[in-house]
Design a protein around this ligand. Structure first.
Ligand code: AMP
Length: 393
């Protein structure tokens, strides 16, 4: 069975075609700069990478046709009937979705009703969904929400201490994100621990980054909030700040609310502190070369990640496993070391030798009270699993 996992952004369309239930990648790719005359299509399969540049791709429907034709022309599928289902990543499911959903007109309307909570993401997902529904009208399409896994958070953990009416009228609360990744990684950790009441913290640290506390397989708290801006500092996002910054920047620089929000989303984090780059590889290299602000960017992030881990340790009443995942969590041993160094008071000890390993690994020392694992995430597989699960219902 072949399932397509799709992540549609405002000007991009990423996809992976998976063989299920084997969970093997058949092909993957991305269409970038949709809406422009210099769009690009990259297709990877069988160890081959094919790239088409300077394409005129005016909208997502054209991009979807391009992807499907690419699969056909390269013999990756011999007919459209070979695609048995499509799963779409959707960032915001609000309180409307407690599980993934088979897409119909009503589900699309519900996703659209949440646009205010994810203005950069949900409208783009809908465009992607509509384009795939048009291209593959007889194939099951499923929406898989980043927020669903965190819907098990208790009220005292997801509510802000703001006027209650803001929550009632406008849904102002913490929703979290990266749920599909937190679920995938924590399921592996939970099964490996082999106990019902497992206590797990997952650090998903990529360009976007979030930490979650998972008890007995259920998310009970997470660091991202109403939007993915809350929590720890990231590639370009500030994470938590005092909201009074908005007034100060307006008074000092005449910044509008949108301008300050944009700076907090796009010009902060690694990039803002270092003044160099949003990419952890550049930051780590510069820190090694003695750049103070690059080192500071790593230290501020590590400190704030450790703060979350400390607070989740208390919330979980202990900890069995600490898991690192995503681009930085899986690859940047320097970041893992900087975080774990601050956790020794909790009995968490890294084995520096094991921390050098690549891919899935146990990196804690034998006498660590908590297992520390690197577990590569796979959101595409989680999405494909949900397409199959809901297809059976
Ligand atoms: P993601 O958003 O999960 O794709 O992660 C992107 C981040 O992962 C970027 O900051 C990359 O620099 C970082 N990253 C990817 N590969 C490596 C690597 N080999 N070493 C350090 N950081 C990496």
């Amino acid at each position: 069975m072949k399932i397509m996992s799709v992540n549609a952004g405002s000007s991009s369309l990423k996809f992976q075609l998976l063989l299920m239930p084997e969970e093997k990648e058949i092909a993957s790719g991305i269409v970038e700069r949709i809406g422009n005359k210099n769009a690009e299509f990259t297709l990877k399969f069988n160890g081959t990478k094919k790239q088409q540049k300077d394409l005129v791709i005016l909208d997502h429907s054209v991009a979807v046709d391009l992807v499907i034709n690419g699969l056909l022309e390269n013999g990756i599928i011999s007919s459209l009937e070979e695609i048995n289902g499509v799963g779409h990543r959707v960032v915001q499911g609000g309180e409307l979705f407690k599980d993934s959903a088979v897409i119909d007109d009503e589900v699309v309307l519900k996703i659209a009703s949440l646009n205010d909570l994810a203005p950069l993401h949900n409208p783009a997902h809908i465009i992607g969904i509509n384009a795939f529904r048009k291209a593959l009208p007889n194939v099951i399409q499923v929406a898989v929400f980043d927020t669903v896994f965190h819907q098990t958070m208790p009220q005292e953990n997801f509510l802000y201490a703001t006027p209650y009416e803001w929550y009632e009228k406008y849904g102002v609360r913490k929703y979290g994100a990266h749920g599909t990744s937190h679920q995938y990684v924590s399921q592996i950790a939970h099964n490996r621990l082999g106990k019902e009441d497992s206590k797990i913290i997952v650090c998903h640290i990529g360009n976007g980054a979030s930490i979650s506390a998972i008890r007995a397989g259920k998310s009970i708290d997470t660091s991202m909030g109403l939007t993915p801006l809350e929590g720890i500092p990231m590639g370009t996002r500030s994470g938590n700040i005092d909201p009074a910054v908005f007034l100060l920047m307006s008074q000092k620089e005449g910044y509008s609310l949108e301008k300050t929000l944009n700076e907090l989303n796009r010009a902060s984090g690694y990039l803002g502190v270092s003044g160099l780059s949003h990419d952890s590889r550049d930051i780590v290299d510069a820190a090694h070369a003695g750049n103070h602000r690059a080192q500071l960017a790593i230290d501020i992030q590590a400190k704030r990640i450790a703060d979350y881990i400390g607070s989740y340790y208390v919330l979980l009443e202990g900890l069995d496993a600490l898991c690192f995942t995503a681009g930085i969590g899986e690859n940047a041993k320097e970041v893992r070391e900087a975080v774990c160094k601050r956790l020794e008071v909790l009995g968490i000890k890294l084995d520096l030798e094991k921390n050098n390993s690549r891919g899935e690994a146990e990196i804690s020392s034998d006498d660590s009270k908590v297992k520390v694992w690197v577990i590569p995430t796979n959101e595409e597989v989680m999405i494909a699993r949900d397409v199959i699960r809901l297809g059976k219902k």
